[in-house]
Design a protein around this ligand. Sequence first.
Ligand SMILES: NC(=O)c1ccc[n+]([C@@H]2O[C@H](COP(=O)([O-])OP(=O)(O)OC[C@H]3O[C@@H](n4cnc5c(N)ncnc54)[C@H](OP(=O)(O)O)[C@@H]3O)[C@@H](O)[C@H]2O)c1
Length: 220
Amino acid sequence: MRIGIIGAGFIGRTVAQLVIAAGHEAMLSNSRGPQTLSSVLSGIRGSQVGTVEEAAQFGEVVLVAIPLEHYRSLPARLLEGKTVLDANNYYPARDGHIDALDHFETTTSRLLAEQLPHSSVVKVFNAILAQDLLQDGRAKAAPDRRALPVAADDRVAKALVIQLLDEIGFDAVDAGGLDESWRFERAKPAYCIALDKTGLKAALAAAERQVEMPEGSWRH
Ligand SMILES: NC(=O)c1ccc[n+]([C@@H]2O[C@H](COP(=O)([O-])OP(=O)(O)OC[C@H]3O[C@@H](n4cnc5c(N)ncnc54)[C@H](OP(=O)(O)O)[C@@H]3O)[C@@H](O)[C@H]2O)c1
C-alpha cells in the first residue's frame, strides 16, 4: 500500500518507519517543503518526501499528523475518495481554543471529517505516544500485545486500518463511529496508556463525555 503522510514530526516519522518495515511505501511531507526533510531521507530507510499535495496524491491511505490548529489547511480535493487516518489531538494551549471541543459538542475527528467531506476519516494513532508506538509492537498473539482504539464511520476503511495495525504489531479495539471517538481523546482513561484488548475496552467504557482526567494522570 502507498501511505502518504502529512506532518513529518514525531508521529508521522514513527508511522512511516513502521509501515515501511511492514512492506508498505511511505511519503512524508510538511508545510515547509521537502527541502527541509533531508533528515527523513537519511534517517528512515526507504522513505520518500514530497509536498503536502504530493503526499496526498501519493497515498491510497493518507495519515494526518499535524497540530490540530492547522487542519483547515489540508488539501480536501486531493484527499477525496481516500482513507484518511487522523492522529490529531486537541491541546488548547497549543492549538488555541475551539469552542465546540471545549463544550464537548463534537470530536476532533468529526471536525476533520467535516473539512474532508468526501474522505473516509479513521481516528487512530492519537492515543499512543510516538516513542511507545515504535517500541510496543509485538507479534500476533504475544501475551503482552498492546491494543489501540480505532473509530470510523466507514466500515471498510476501519477494517483496513485494523489490518494495518495488526501488521505493525498491535491489536485493535473498535470504538465505534467518529462521534464516539471522544472516548479516546486527550485526558480520557484510554489516552496514552498501555492496555491490552480487555483493558482498553474497559477504559473506553469508563470514559465520561464531560470528564477529563487531571493533568499528570496521563502521559504526553
Ligand atoms: N508526539 C506524539 O507522541 C503524538 C502521539 C499521538 C498523537 N499526536 C498528535 O499528532 C499530531 C502531530 O504531533 P507530533 O508530535 O508528531 O507533532 P510535531 O512533532 O510537532 O510535528 C508536526 C509536523 O506537522 C508539520 N506541520 C505543521 N503544520 C502543517 C501543515 N499546515 N501542513 C503540513 N504539515 C504541517 C510540521 O512541520 P512544519 O512546521 O515544517 O510544517 C511537523 O513536521 C498532533 O495533533 C499531536 O497531538 C502526537
